[in-house]
Design a protein around this ligand. Sequence first.
Ligand SMILES: [Zn+2]
Length: 241
Amino acid sequence: MAHVNMYKSLLSPFDGGPSITSEPIKILIGKTEEVTYAPKQLLESSSDFFKKALQEEWLEGSEHIVKLPTSNLESFGIYVKWLYTGKCSAVFFFFLSETAEGRAPVWTRLGKCYAMGDFLQDFDFKDAVVDAFAAGILDTVACPLRLSNFIYPYSRKDSNHRIFARDLIVHVFIRKVMRFDFIQNLDTPREYRQDILQALVPLVDNRISKISVATFLARNSPCHFHDHGDAKPCYRKRFNP
Ligand SMILES: [Zn+2]
């Protein structure tokens, strides 16, 4: 009988969801300025960058054209779909990731989404990308070797996303941490290596036990690794009120 609850989860209020009736904004992506469009109110609904850029007194706002020279079409497409649905359309990539190059390109694609979320100052989207990383790690039972390289350059020092990258390694992929040469050779951010060492200090006197990815994620509340804080509702609630 539990499956009947699914029907309720498929509904949202009549006036729920983002506005899709406002005028379209032309977005020029990357150095080659590939063209895509998205409704103005949708873009302003979550991104501080778009909120500022699309003010009428700004050139971008009056011309309805915004250039994103450092972004790419795929990341921006994932972002706009997320604005509509609250879902990161990247997790399915993990099932398609058994290519000759391995999974690295998949993680890199998600890393580009995270960097773009930072540029767009959409902190909810960054939380969502961290959730997508978690879903992928849970699915593959593997951690992207360069997870810290994706997160550290685009997050604050006190970001919970950094804690996610650090604790995942310390508690789940501990064997890799114990090989310090492994971490050093990955050319990971210096702050990340320092954070790992600091996290290991209180564990030295105890036997360090390795836990599974599923246990690691289950031990913490869903918002433990998010950056929205107590004052702002989680993006998940926004999409599933
Ligand atoms: Zn949250």
